[in-house]
Design a binder for this molecule. Structure first.
Ligand code: 5AD
Ligand code: SF4
Length: 450
């Protein structure tokens, strides 16, 4: 493991990567770069200099895909400007659209085929575009040390598993990323140790459903590792290394995980717990395998063990057959829980999913938009309410760098993942600071030094 920094070297073939979608995709781009660097390529941030232009893509909603089609047209301009430029589409959209994309670009590679990128690139000719969209039951890229593309050198992602075995009826991910598989915990700990040795202060353990992480050893039960145990292994590397994780599933988040979070100060007190809807009828149709009461019980459990735990969520507006009452149920749940923040979306039907086959996408666009706007407005008020409770508290913040608005101020996150801004005393990214919250907006805690 020695790949931490990107190589820039004009003598090597230049690769340019754009990343769309989730944190998992950001980490996949780091894996791709590692594989390509080992094969002799160097990273460029200037598309005008690129020999290979890659887009690591997302299929989660239709608008994510439409954006990429627009980018492909722009990439093609580079092909006209210079000989030999190769355009590749990798990631979820590559997996979903396969041959259709191959008509437009030179390379199509799905999320489990990144090891073959050097050979695929080698084999491309104008008349022979290359494709590999095979999904795997084993690939976790466990032995590959991602090249870190973050800017601040403080916080890094570590993929602990790939794929997804849930079949939420609206979701394309099980089809684009394949079956769930967990990565050897010892390689995860090694990667986190290496990052810490290189000055990183925070790792985020990533998976579509981290609570179902499970490493089974052939030696027998004693060597098995579940998610709570993995959290402990990473937390024990150093009290100065913060541990975060995403995404949790309400049906799977266990008491063991909640107690493990409480046990270690450096396991950040934040859970991203997508609810999707507050209506048990919708949750059933979404195949989430929990209902409103179950979700609220999990929130209560979390708050009884970790009173200050940050809670964020995802919400979908206008799923198939959603009534006014179902929508109201979402609003009342949001009011009851008071999430710190939320990602909120209008339902977008994805071809091939269970919902697309079973349920008509029958909520008109205007109604979806209206409900989504109502949800967004409510969340704004809830974020403010949640932040107001922080006034007067003393928080430990990991400095990310100067604040965007004022270079004399620093910004960084509290354990709860809330963004804090406060006067600088010359600290740098990666330092910890204790601050006191003085006032808030719905997005930020404004703090003073103590
Ligand atoms: N339409 C709208 N939102 C979706 N999500 C997943 N699939 C869809 C879809 N078809 C949202 C969910 C998920 C987040 C990553 O994206 O809220 O938690
Ligand atoms: Fe990530 Fe899902 Fe988008 Fe794939 S489809 S990039 S897994 S959000």
């Amino acid at each position: 493991m020695q790949n931490i920094k990107p190589i820039s070297d004009p003598a090597r073939p230049q690769v340019y990567i754009e990343t769309y979608g989730c944190q998992m995709n950001v980490n996949d781009s780091e894996v791709i770069l590692s594989i390509l660097q080992d094969a002799g390529y160097a990273l460029t941030e200037d598309i005008e200099k690129a020999d290979v232009i890659l887009a690591n893509t997302c299929s989660i909603r239709d608008n994510a895909e439409q954006r990429i089609w627009g980018r492909i047209d722009q990439f093609k301009i580079q092909k006209k400007k210079r000989d030999g430029v190769v355009i590749g589409i990798v990631g979820c959209m590559a997996e979903r659209l396969k041959d259709k994309l191959l008509e437009a670009v030179d390379l199509v590679a799905g999320p489990d085929s990144y090891r073959s990128l050097p050979e695929l690139l080698e084999a491309i000719t104008p008349s022979a575009p290359q494709i590999n969209v095979l999904l795997s039951h084993e690939e976790t890229y466990a032995d590959i040390s991602p090249v870190r593309l973050d800017r601040n050198g403080v916080s890094a992602f570590i993929s602990i598993m790939r794929g997804c075995n849930n079949v939420c009826s609206y979701c394309v991910v099980p089809y684009t990323r394949g079956a769930e598989r967990s990565r050897d915990p010892h390689t995860i700990v090694m990667e986190a140790e290496e990052l810490f040795a290189n000055g990183y202060k925070e790792v985020t353990l990533l998976g579509q459903n981290v609570d179902s992480y499970f490493w089974k050893t052939p030696e027998g039960e004693a060597g098995n590792v579940n998610f709570a145990q993995l959290l402990e292994m990473v937390a024990q590397i150093s009290p100065d290394l913060r541990v975060r994780f995403s995404t949790s599933h309400p049906k799977d988040i266990s008491d063991e995980v909640i107690y493990m979070m409480a046990k270690y100060e450096n396991i950040c007190k934040h859970i991203h717990l997508p609810v999707q809807s507050g209506s048990s009828i919708m949750l059933e149709k979404m195949r989430r395998k929990y209902n409103r009461e179950w979700y609220l019980e999990r929130v209560e459990k979390i708050r009884s063990v970790i009173p200050d735990c940050g809670l964020t969520t995802d919400v979908i507006a206008g799923f198939c057959g959603e009534t006014i009452q179902d929508h109201q149920d979402t609003l009342t749940l949001m009011e009851q829980v008071v999430f710190d923040s939320a990602f909120m979306f209008a339902y977008s039907e994805r071809p091939g999913t269970l919902a697309s086959k079973k349920y008509p996408d029958d909520i008109p666009y205007e109604v979806k938009t209206e409900r989504l706007n109502e949800i967004i407005a409510l969340q704004g008020r809830m974020s403010l309410k949640s932040n107001e409770k922080e006034v007067g508290k003393v928080l430990k913040v990991l400095v990310e760098g100067p604040s965007k608005k004022n270079p004399d101020e620093l910004c960084g996150r509290a354990s709860s993942n809330k963004m804090c801004v406060f006067p600088s005393r010359g600290e740098k990214a990666g330092d910890y600071c204790e601050v006191e919250v003085v006032s808030v907006t719905s997005a930020t805690l404004l703090c003073k030094r103590i």
